[in-house]
Design a protein around this ligand. Structure first.
Ligand code: P6P
Length: 334
């Protein structure tokens, strides 16, 4: 990386590029990046900030909300209401979409987010993150249905990982850039650009405790990884599972790997655990922009036509050749 530039300079240079970033999208990115800085401050306080533990409420998923889930959600809503860049917002923490109050100008974008993913890790000081996805509003009144667009319609996606470094990872459809928070300056500094995920890997990420519940193609793939050098893969594999999608995906964007949260028999009526609109789609956009692949076992996740705001999906993403192998096993089984 030659000269280090700020997020603002990066966005201005992108605006001069052939495929301009419209002013409202540039504002959206800067507002979300600023909100992530505020969330990072709350997350980093931990026990000193009375932000740990549960909020005593449940979200639409029926999951107990952590105090920081609520704080992060409110920070993102307040940061994005006034700018005139949004028509509406949707969040894992809110049952329905949140319209921009009428006393603010309405914009052309829809913002979806998981304000704090991996929140089961908050109290044990393991990396967590904010995931966001941006769609264009196609006109008319803004309702939940306005958000039900396939991942291929995304114009921007990103996440912020609150870990040893605070890192913002972003795509507007022309590759993936990473920005590290310079806490002394309070600014995001470009620290990696045009990220590329290696097409092969020796590292898989899955919650192994669910093995007895998996479908045959997943069992086949993981068994082959576990057989190592002596097996059909002819190489040994390593395993990682942080139980924080943002942290697992960040590792994969940084050094390759395959991440899987497949359908399993525990809740057979649900296609998977992770949410399509504000977890799987934005992560799939980033992974594909970095030369990786992302399917639900059978098709590109970004081509799934959403039927409801909080629908779930099975996720297989990361190093292209490994994702293609798992997908081929599913298609053979079908
Ligand atoms: P499990 C966090 O709750 C999350 O939504 C993802 O960030 C993570 O990958 C997954 O669930 C962890 O699930 O079943 O291993 O706790």
């Amino acid at each position: 990386m030659s000269k280090r530039i700020s997020l603002t300079q990066y966005l201005i240079e992108q605006q001069r590029g052939e495929a301009q970033i419209p002013a409202q999208l540039r504002l959206l990115i800067e507002v979300v990046a600023r909100a992530c800085k505020s969330i990072a401050i709350s997350v980093n306080k931990g026990a000193l900030g009375d932000v740990l533990g549960t909020a005593g409420s449940e979200n639409v998923q029926g999951e107990v909300q952590k105090k920081l889930d609520i704080i992060a959600n409110e920070v993102l809503i307040e940061a994005n209401e006034w700018g005139g860049h949004l028509a509406g917002m949707a969040s894992e923490e809110m049952d329905d979409m949140h319209a921009v109050p009428m006393h603010y100008p309405q914009g052309e974008y829809l913002l979806l987010f998981d304000p704090l993913d991996g929140s089961s890790n908050i109290d044990v000081n393991v990396s967590i993150g904010t995931i966001f996805s941006v769609l264009k509003h196609k006109g008319g009144d803004v309702t939940n249905a306005s958000f039900l667009q396939p991942g291929t319609d995304q114009v921007c996606a990103g996440y912020c990982v609150y870990g040893p470094q605070t890192t913002l990872v972003l795509t507007v459809g022309r590759g993936v850039a990473m920005f590290t928070l310079d806490r002394e300056q309070g600014s995001w500094v470009l620290t990696a650009d045009q990220i590329k995920i290696p097409e092969d890997t020796k590292e898989f990420a899955i919650n192994m405790s669910n093995m007895r519940h998996w479908d045959a193609p997943v069992k086949r793939y993981i068994d082959e990884c576990l057989q190592g050098k002596e097996g059909v893969r002819g190489k040994d594999f390593n395993m990682r599972w942080i139980a924080s999608m943002v942290a697992d995906v960040h590792r994969i964007l940084t050094r390759g790997g395959i991440f899987m949260y497949p359908w399993d028999k525990r809740e057979p009526n649900k296609p998977g655990k992770l949410r399509l609109m504000y977890e799987a789609n934005p992560m799939s956009f980033l992974v594909e922009q970095a030369g990786g692949a992302s399917t639900n076992g059978l098709q590109r996740i970004m081509e799934v036509q959403p039927g409801q705001l909080h629908e779930r999906v099975s996720v297989v993403l990361g190093s292209k050749n490994e994702v293609e192998r798992v997908t081929a096993y599913h298609r053979e089984a079908k």
